[in-house]
Write a protein that binds this ligand. Structure first.
Ligand SMILES: Cc1cc2nc3c(=O)[nH]c(=O)nc-3n(C[C@H](O)[C@H](O)[C@H](O)COP(=O)(O)O)c2cc1C
Length: 193
């Protein structure tokens, strides 16, 4: 569901209260998860570009407007789901159930995920490489920008959110065909309290 109604908030107060929250005591419902993705990740518009990949406008900036970071979601069981920022939908990734479980196990070794959902950032470096020679660090900075926006949106929606230091390598990509040239770029946990 699109989130079109306004969300009144005091930005200064939001910035003051934001902190990493690791409770994840309650499951996050579909509506809240949809709001989170709508506000942090959706594509507002796109146009074809001379570089190959489309350039997009999203809520957060991206080097060359190429938005190389895909976001995957793992709930307590089942395969990785990919958030489609154009369709605003979650798409199942076939054959990824074991990888998602392994990703959750790896994250659980850092702290207890409880009812939290695991978010996986997967970079498509080829998008940024289409425009920039030295694209490697740009992709990592794009991932950092996205995590920052996610942390603020989570706080605004009264959700718990914590980035993880591990990248999610190999669990975010090992089920994909080798030719896809995607790379794990970080994990985070999202949940309700
Ligand atoms: C890239 C990145 C990786 C992080 N990795 C972890 C982690 O593995 N485990 C964890 O508990 N917190 C992790 N955090 C959260 C930080 O510990 C937290 O942001 C920091 O302690 C400051 O606290 P605050 O966010 O409440 O201001 C990470 C944060 C970032 C930005």
């Amino acid at each position: 569901m699109p989130r079109n109604e306004s969300l009144e908030l005091d930005l200064v107060a939001l910035l003051e209260r934001r902190q990493t929250r690791r409770g994840f005591k309650k499951p996050i419902d579909d509506e809240k998860l949809g709001e989170f993705f709508w506000l942090s990740c959706r594509s507002r518009s796109s146009h074809s570009s001379p570089f190959g990949p489309d350039q997009e406008s999203r809520v957060h900036p991206s080097a060359g407007a190429l938005h190389p970071i895909h976001v995957l979601v793992s709930r307590s069981a089942g395969p990785w789901m990919r958030y489609d920022p154009v369709e605003h939908a979650l798409i199942e990734l076939p054959g990824s159930t074991n990888s998602a479980a392994a990703g959750r196990n790896a994250a659980n070794r850092i702290f207890n995920l409880n009812q939290g959902v695991l978010l996986g950032l997967v970079a498509e470096p080829g998008k940024t490489e289409a425009k920039y020679d030295n694209h490697e660090t740009l992709v990592w900075r794009d991932a950092g920008v996205l995590l920052g926006y996610m942390s603020l949106i989570a706080e605004a929606l009264h959700l718990d959110f914590c980035p993880l230091g591990i990248t999610g390598q190999t669990h975010l990509t090992d089920f994909l065909p080798e030719a896809s040239r995607l790379q794990a770029a970080g994990l985070a946990v999202l949940g309700a309290d």
